[in-house]
Design a protein. Structure first.
Lengths: 380, 380
């Protein structure tokens, strides 16, 4: 006897789940629609492997992913392998190595499953799907804007229209503080205060910079107003360059995707680890749920790059439901050619495997919407 | 100094690989085409997770998969999880548990990536993709034939037409030997002889059964002839029932898929672990490469089921190449509406991110097939 009954064999590890009909097909179709938008903009699809050697996957910038990563030993080489927690580092590796000789700018797309040791802050999924693009070898506002505009088109194809694109410049605050020469002991508490958006603490630790930083904190909102505040405030040269780039990205986005109307939060830097320029977070406006994120970074070998990663399963929770396929019951003995013709019309056919006493009842029992009678599909 | 230079960061574990453009897109499109055929026949897609608890994934029949399975510990529960080496057991689990109450026959489809500790006999891939169907809760020749016919239609959609479907009945030989009451010490050597198709050894160990077994060994080939031999030979009751089912499956396949013309190998059982009835192996006729396999088995809880699993990456090596999308270079400043119209025509557009000195040269450098000039797409 034991106090604990054996776990049900159907119990899955936390954060892992089965997708059932029709959700799994809906997800696959939405993913295909996303990838089609990326391909139509010249992004070539790559498919990196699920497992890589740990020292390759978690090299450089990606060391921060280590705590999110499942590891296992390759029995052949006794080297540690990692199940990818994120596909972006893999795509960056491919761009720098196997496609190192391909012409720049290089446009790549990808979609796949990742596994993370624990879910993010607002979710419990440990198996997460990703679909994204990377634009490698270009460092310009046009490049930043292209990634945002293409992402926005992909979301529109899924029927997601009430989306907000929040632009940030994660290195701006620290650049401003460093270049301004704020005394070293004040820097860490000041960054924490900015992270908490705590104006009083910014006042305490920000010295002569406090009014500027608090003005920027309050500037978060529609892009036009935020950019006006950024223009009006005195910034150090590096911070000014970042602010100018942000303004150029907003202008290029408005040209390429006039309906997008981004918001800007100039001081936000939470959760950005290795980004070096303008970044974007995509939210479902109604639910304040993060659907994707991306931005500018420096790839392996120092190459400039920017990208955007969307989360298909989260998109689907936010997207309007799609109509599912009609299911047509085919009584036993229906001719193969008839069945084929009905499938060509878009029906999913459900063939009886033997004679039913009552075809209508059998069709209903099997969840069909239609039944084949007298040579045509009748709605049930 | 060390004798061995550090491994290149781009080196992947054995059996893992990057798929590059255009192969990754071709594979995704082929997979979508397969899944569309399955859906059109009423198979509802499921998506089980990449990781499950080991004791769930490798329960019962699936213990044989253990040596192919990577394991890792769930830090939350300290239970061992397994990276799936095969999706069929997961689909069987879903059918028996979460969809245990769904009407039968239950038709499910699936596609995804699996990881195996070492590659199969004829290949070195350790990350393998699978796409398949399971027909659960029906035990009839019609059900066996449906799975084969749907698989054949899916292969035809990929342009794979020179395919051979080899039908086997893995339990037939052992049923015959057991029911016949052959002396225990002869059984194992006899099965080994049959596995090697060694007629002389069959003669030595087969006793009075040897002529029957050797006739069946020689019967392998086109279905009509093999079935004739099976009919003519004296079989024990259980073996006769299996042979009759095989004949009924061949007849049902010929009705549903007249062009398929299966072959039959009545004695073959190698590589089949838990199958209880008619099985099928799909080969590319020209290359003798196994593209998929499936057959009848008993699912969790004793429910009859049959299925077929295809290997998309192997299908693609055997399938004719598909035309890739035309790439259209858009000079800097091309209107957004023009770009959109060209994508709607099927072009993949490649937008210049700044002014090029020579648009034609730039288009060529970027691997484009067309360039936008004077308001239309000119072929390069």
């Amino acid at each position: 006897m034991t106090d604990h009954p054996p776990p049900s064999p159907a119990l899955l590890p936390a954060g892992m789940r089965d997708l059932l009909p029709p959700d799994a097909e809906t997800e696959a179709m939405a993913l295909a629609a996303l990838m089609e938008v990326f391909a139509s903009h010249g992004y070539g699809r790559v498919r990196p492997p699920l497992l890589e050697f740990e020292d390759s996957l978690l090299a450089g910038n990606n060391a921060a992913l280590a705590e999110q990563t499942f590891r296992l030993m390759d029995p052949g080489t006794h080297r540690m392998m990692a199940v990818r927690p994120d596909m972006t580092p893999q795509v960056a590796r491919i761009a720098a190595s196997r496609l190192g000789g391909a012409p720049r700018p290089l446009r790549l797309s990808y979609a796949g499953t990742c596994v993370q040791v624990s879910g993010g802050v607002l979710e419990t999924d440990r198996e997460v799907s990703q679909a994204g693009i990377e634009l490698v070898g270009a460092d310009s506002a046009e490049a930043d804007a292209e990634v945002i505009a293409v992402g926005s088109e992909a979301l529109a194809v899924l029927g997601l229209r009430r989306i907000s694109f929040d632009l940030t410049v994660p290195p701006l605050a620290s650049t401003l503080i460093t270049e301004f020469g704020l005394p070293e002991p004040d820097r860490a508490p000041l960054l924490r205060a900015l992270d908490r958006k705590d104006g009083a603490a910014v006042q305490r630790h920000g010295g002569a910079l406090a009014p500027v930083l608090n003005a920027l904190l309050l500037a978060a909102g529609p892009a036009a107003r935020a950019l006006e505040v950024l223009r009006a405030q005195p910034l150090t040269p590096g911070a000014r360059a970042l602010a100018d780039r942000l303004a150029a990205v907003v202008a290029a986005v408005e040209r390429r995707a006039p309906g997008l109307r981004p918001t800007v939060d100039p001081i936000e830097f939470r959760g950005w680890r290795y980004h070096t320029g303008v970044c974007v977070t995509v939210f479902a406006a109604a639910r304040h749920e993060e659907l994707g994120r991306g931005g500018r970074y420096v790839g392996p070998g120092g190459e400039p790059a920017c990208g955007l990663t969307l989360r298909p399963e989260l998109l689907l929770r936010a997207a309007p439901a799609r109509p599912t396929r009609s299911r047509l019951f085919l009584p036993f003995g229906t001719a193969a050619a008839t069945a084929q013709a009905m499938r060509a019309q878009g029906f999913g056919t459900v063939a009886a495997l033997d004679l039913a006493e009552d075809d209508l009842a059998e069709a209903r029992r099997l969840g069909c919407t239609h039944v084949m009678r007298n040579g045509r599909a009748e709605a049930l």
